[in-house]
Design a protein around this ligand. Structure first.
Ligand code: NIG
Length: 390
């Protein structure tokens, strides 16, 4: 539902628009109508509006764009997490446990879990969300999760090639993923994704999956170089994927290839902490000229958080990004990773004519996102120009 009356947000202490070249600016106001931004300027020159909301000198920025989540699941893996905290390495084996729980869950249970996590993310400022299948891994379960995902997420990616499920040979499984499973999920998904890693799918298998998706008209995404030099980054660049995600283990050749490409490197700081992996080298990626996005990777195994603020704070405190770089990566960067950074339905920035997706922080500047780590600062969210109830 769009709001036809005009609403002015005024007394903005610091506005971050993420429009190209636009710095953080003090004393701004934003006019919204019909779900879109109609005017941005100095608070002193603000036009009349049907309603005015003073944010009392607080910071306003675009809603977060969370470009990598796995919210279509059932079950709990806190025991696996605790074992990791006692020294067990992460080896992706727990994915099969979530597959079992997800297959056993009802459609209502899966939908309720997705809605719960989506609401949690929205309350923390996430106004645009990607999620993936990948815990069904048979035709009916993948189709079911894709269908549920399309009802509540903004973008759904097909991750049938997450791992090879028990009881099926890898060749037979690839035929299933690239054939009947792809056909079954196709109405609800816009990207195909693959876990290209030792222990999941090798480069040739991943290429086969991605090319089948491309033939079906899907965009490409890759889980790459999380646990080792699995070749995912090189493959993503070769095929012109929108994004390659994780990027913990990056060779000089990967760095050069990414920098010369249009593929976004999406880093997942909460996952790195929860798996005790070395943090993705986001500073090195940026310094080489790579476009970097930040996402939560919310899933029950490696990153059970919906907090983009936590990821932004970690990127600043531990990955050596500036606050501006981290906020850009979590808004425009995420939009670019989802190929939604331009055009009339662009997200991740506040521009006249664009979508009115924004958040207010209980703080005077975006620096507080990292300066006050662990404090939930988002106090108001507008999505499509509509204020979200809290
Ligand atoms: O992005 N790396 C592969 N997939 C997920 C983990 C899924 C799980 O362990 O359940 C990830 O971290």
């Amino acid at each position: 539902m769009t709001i036809e009356t005009s609403e002015l947000i005024t007394d903005i202490g610091e506005l971050t628009t993420q429009a190209d070249g636009e710095p953080r600016r003090p004393d701004r106001a934003v006019l919204m109508q019909g779900g879109r931004i109609r005017w941005i300027g100095s608070a002193a020159n603000a036009p009349a509006a049907d309603t005015r909301v003073s944010v009392g000198g607080r910071a306003v920025l675009p809603g977060w764009v969370d470009s990598h989540t796995h919210l279509l699941f059932a079950g709990d893996r806190s025991a696996e997490f605790e074992a990791r905290m006692q020294g067990q390495p992460y080896a992706a084996g727990g994915i099969r446990q979530t597959v079992e729980a997800t297959r056993a869950a009802t459609e209502a249970e899966l939908e309720s879990n997705l809605r719960r996590l989506g609401a949690e993310a929205l309350a923390q400022g996430t106004t645009f969300l990607e999620t993936k299948t990948g815990y069904g891994l048979d035709v009916d379960s993948e189709a079911r999760t894709a269908r549920i995902g399309a009802r509540h997420a903004d973008v759904v990616s097909f991750l049938g090639a997450h791992v090879v499920p028990d009881g099926i040979d890898v060749r037979d499984y690839l035929d299933l993923v690239t054939g009947p499973m792809l056909t079954a999920v196709r109405p609800w998904v816009s990207f195909i994704d693959v876990f290209c890693e030792n222990g999941a799918f090798d480069v040739e298998q991943s290429r086969e999956v991605l090319l089948a998706g491309r033939t079906a008209g899907l965009g490409l995404r890759v889980h790459g170089n999380q646990l080792g030099h699995g070749g995912g980054i090189a493959l993503a660049v070769e095929l012109g994927a929108a994004s390659v995600d994780h990027c913990n283990v990056v060779s000089p050749a990967d760095l050069a290839a990414l920098a010369a490409s249009g593929t976004v490197a999406t880093v997942l700081p909460a996952c790195d902490l929860s798996t005790r992996q070395p943090l993705a080298p986001a500073r090195r990626l940026l310094d080489a000229g790579v476009t970097v996005a930040i996402a939560t990777n919310c899933n029950p195994g490696t990153s059970y958080t919906t907090s983009m603020q936590f990821c932004v704070a970690t990127a600043v405190l531990q990955m050596e990004l500036t606050v501006e770089e981290a906020v850009w990566a979590a808004t425009r960067g995420g939009a670019q990773a989802l190929q939604r950074d331009t055009g009339p339905d662009a997200v991740g920035s506040l521009v006249v004519g664009g979508r009115a997706d924004l958040q207010v922080l209980d703080a005077p500047s975006v620096a507080h996102l990292a300066y006050r780590p662990g404090v939930p600062l988002t106090i108001a969210v507008w999505q499509h120009g509509q204020r979200m109830p809290r």
